[in-house]
Design a protein. Structure first.
Length: 198
């Protein structure tokens, strides 16, 4: 019996989860090499997401590389990522019958703003992040951590992510999995697990 449903943030609750895609689109506008920009973004992201670097430095280092104001970079990247209100509305409905959790590889200076803006602390029973845990998906430890915080067994969980590599550890723990593609597919797969949506 399913007692908890756990959601990824990037590419599930945000419309776009790929920093590489941002680099490919953004670099030509500023006349920089897309591959070089992607490398700078990913290098800084990997450190900041597990708190090996202050997340504010993420914006500073990339804006220095691009020679633009970091406020402009931040605004453009957050707009590119977007927010999936349909998914959030669905989570609010699911909360009536299930525990709901958020499990995200993110940087603090980004996600905390989104948590506040959309009042996600009021929606999710548990929010587990790579920057607080200092470990990132697909490390199985962070999956064990959220299950423990939710007070359920892995076999009582459904985990939803847009990346195949992050689905595997959930599967190893015995969770049901949904590889997210779009909102309608998510609803259909939840229903296939006999999940009450309304």
């Amino acid at each position: 019996m399913i007692k908890a449903i756990i959601f990824d943030y990037g590419g599930v609750l945000s419309v776009e989860g790929s920093l590489s895609s941002f680099g490919e689109i953004y670099a030509p506008k500023l006349g920089v090499d897309p591959e070089e920009l992607k490398r700078v973004i990913i290098d800084n992201w990997f450190k900041a997401r597990i708190s090996k670097m202050d997340s504010k430095l993420f914006w500073l280092n990339i804006s220095k590389f691009l020679e633009i104001d970091q406020k402009i970079l931040r605004k453009d990247l957050l707009e590119f990522s977007g927010f999936n209100h349909e998914v959030l509305d669905l989570i609010k409905k699911l909360k009536k019958n299930y525990k709901v959790g958020l499990l995200s590889n993110q940087i603090e200076d980004w996600l905390e703003e989104i948590i506040a803006e959309h009042k996600l602390n009021e929606v999710f029973d548990v929010i587990t992040t790579s920057y607080k845990s200092k470990i990132a998906k697909p490390d199985i430890s962070i999956f064990k951590e959220i299950v423990e915080q939710l007070g359920v067994n892995p076999t009582e969980c459904i985990y939803i992510d847009d990346l195949e590599k992050n689905i595997q550890p959930a599967k190893e723990l015995g969770m049901k999995m949904i590889l997210f593609k779009n909102f309608e597919q998510l609803k259909k797969e939840l229903i296939s697990f006999s999940i009450k949506i309304d």
